[in-house]
Design a protein around this ligand. Structure first.
Ligand code: BG6
Length: 482
């Protein structure tokens, strides 16, 4: 796309998301010369920050290896405007600042300019700010794009309400709903792996795949975020969005093109084929203090009610009722305060139908999203040497060794670049969001109405006792890794 003069507004500029993700991502793009040549970044928030205070905040997360010249040049593009979220006059002032900058860039009156409104804001002020933007800052002479982040409501109904409110203000092609998992290198790699190589697609179905596991594990609890987390729980925090998005990419049929609507049509079709998840197919957990007492339990956090039944661990088994996947269980597991940091997709293949060799273990294709980007296939080989025994080995594509020195960008950097290019492929469409909520809403409502007690598990453990057994029973997967 041609280099149009661009103003990026960051609402909530003094907050955590902006500081930790939005500005570092913008800086990364700047360093790699990927921001349009004529760009201004305007931070907007309520805090009374001087220019220097604001710059200090922005700088604090730019990374140790950032050169000071680069930082100075980047900050030269940034401004801070203090304003309230519900006062129209403050937005008028903001617009004037933007117009002043645009005319300095030689963009005044130019019919084609871009304005990006990045909402790094809590959901409570979301619609108010979007309304003010639309009425005061939005400009018909520009290409306007609004970027929003979860939580997109807390169930189907509230999400629909939010979509309705947003769609009264912005056209769907102006809205970019971020799910940052869609910006992760290994997630973006899935369609390439599947549709650029002849042999994956050949076995990518119920005839060859026994089950699929999608696992998200974090080794830390909700420390400091207990207040937010307790209202949401692990299903709303990562399962309904991040894990379901990954699932839909692993499961989708080949899109007609790589265009955003074709891709999102295919993903949405997958979600439409999933029945709402039942409580009996779900196992919930909540962490307690670590065995040695050094790590606190979830409810030891002062911001969490003492009688909270919010799940910090969830495992569910779901099915996709279509030709490709009928009968294949998908095991989705997510938990906080577990024994390790890991996000992966494990595709377990069926046993060999003949008995020429003893059955040692099943083949598996593993896509590790983090922390170690890799794709590997668990493969049986003859034990090397004089032995004729079988051994389990791996065809291993570990990015760190294969692509030494390649810097894998943070998900936010690639997603903001997509926004600048107007590419929606890696953003969630409103019907897709709707389907994702449809799958989880009855379960969430039931859990809340019945105050379903989660099973305790120790901070730093593998999760609630019985979780493995639960999945094995329902999904019939066999443990490998001999
Ligand atoms: C966020 C969740 O969306 O994703 C957090 O709110 C979670 O609870 C985070 O820790 C995980 O993202 P990443 O990129 O660190 O895997």
């Amino acid at each position: 796309e041609e280099d149009l003069p661009t103003t990026i507004f960051v609402f909530g500029a003094s907050g955590d998301l902006a500081k930790k993700k939005t500005f570092p991502a913008l800086f990364h793009l700047f360093q790699h010369k990927l921001l349009p040549k004529r760009t201004r970044i305007i931070g907007y928030a309520r805090s009374n920050l001087s220019r220097e205070d604001f710059f200090e905040r922005v700088k604090s997360h730019l990374g140790a290896d950032a050169g000071s010249d680069d930082i100075a040049a980047f900050l030269g593009l940034c401004l801070y405007v203090r304003g309230r979220y519900d006062v129209p006059d403050d937005y008028v002032a903001l617009r004037k600042v933007a117009e002043g900058q645009e005319s300095a860039l030689g963009a005044e009156g130019a019919s084609r300019r871009v304005r990006v409104y990045y909402m790094a804001l809590p959901p409570s002020v979301f619609v108010d700010v979007a309304t003010q933007i639309r009425h005061t800052v939005y400009d018909d002479a520009c290409t306007n794009r609004i970027v929003i982040e979860k939580p997109f409501g807390h169930d189907l109904e509230s999400s629909r309400q939010l979509s309705k409110d947003i769609s009264a203000l912005f056209a769907e092609n102006e809205v970019f709903r971020i799910d940052h998992y869609l910006g992760k290198e290994m997630v973006k790699n899935i369609p390439t792996l599947r549709f650029a190589n002849v042999f994956y697609e050949a076995v990518w179905n119920r005839n060859y795949i026994a089950n699929v596991q999608i696992t998200f594990k974090e080794p830390f609890g909700t420390e400091g975020r207990g207040g937010y987390f307790d209202e949401f729980g692990i299903i709303r925090d990562v399962v309904q969005n991040h894990l379901l998005q990954v699932l839909s990419i692993v499961a989708m049929n080949q899109p007609r093109s790589l265009g955003a609507e074709d891709v999102r049509d295919r993903k949405t079709e997958v979600l439409r084929s999933i029945l709402p998840i039942q409580l009996e197919d779900t196992l919930l957990g909540q962490y307690v203090a670590s065995a040695d007492g050094s790590k606190p339990g979830y409810k030891d956090d002062d911001t969490v009610p003492k009688d909270s039944t919010t799940a910090t661990f969830a495992q569910c088994v779901l099915h996709i009722d279509n030709d490709r996947w009928c009968g294949v269980p998908w095991v989705i597991k997510a938990g906080k305060a577990l024994d390790e940091a890991k996000m992966l997709i494990r595709i377990q293949f069926r046993d060999m139908p003949n008995a020429l060799f003893p059955s040692l273990a099943r083949n598996e294709l593993v896509i590790q999203v983090s922390p170690k980007e890799s794709v590997y296939i668990k493969t049986i080989v003859k034990e090397p040497g004089l032995s004729t025994n079988l051994a389990m080995s791996e065809l291993d594509l570990t990015y760190k060794t294969r692509y030494q020195g390649v810097n894998i960008p943070d998900a936010y950097a690639t997603l903001i670049l997509d926004v600048l290019n107007g590419d929606h492929s890696n953003f969630v469409r409103s019907d897709e969001l709707d389907e994702a909520w449809r799958i989880f809403t009855p379960l969430l409502h039931q859990i809340e109405a019945e105050k379903t007690a989660p099973l305790p598990y120790a901070y730093g453990s593998r999760g609630p006792e019985g979780a493995d057994e639960f999945a094995r029973k329902r999904a019939g997967y066999k443990r490998t890794g001999l």
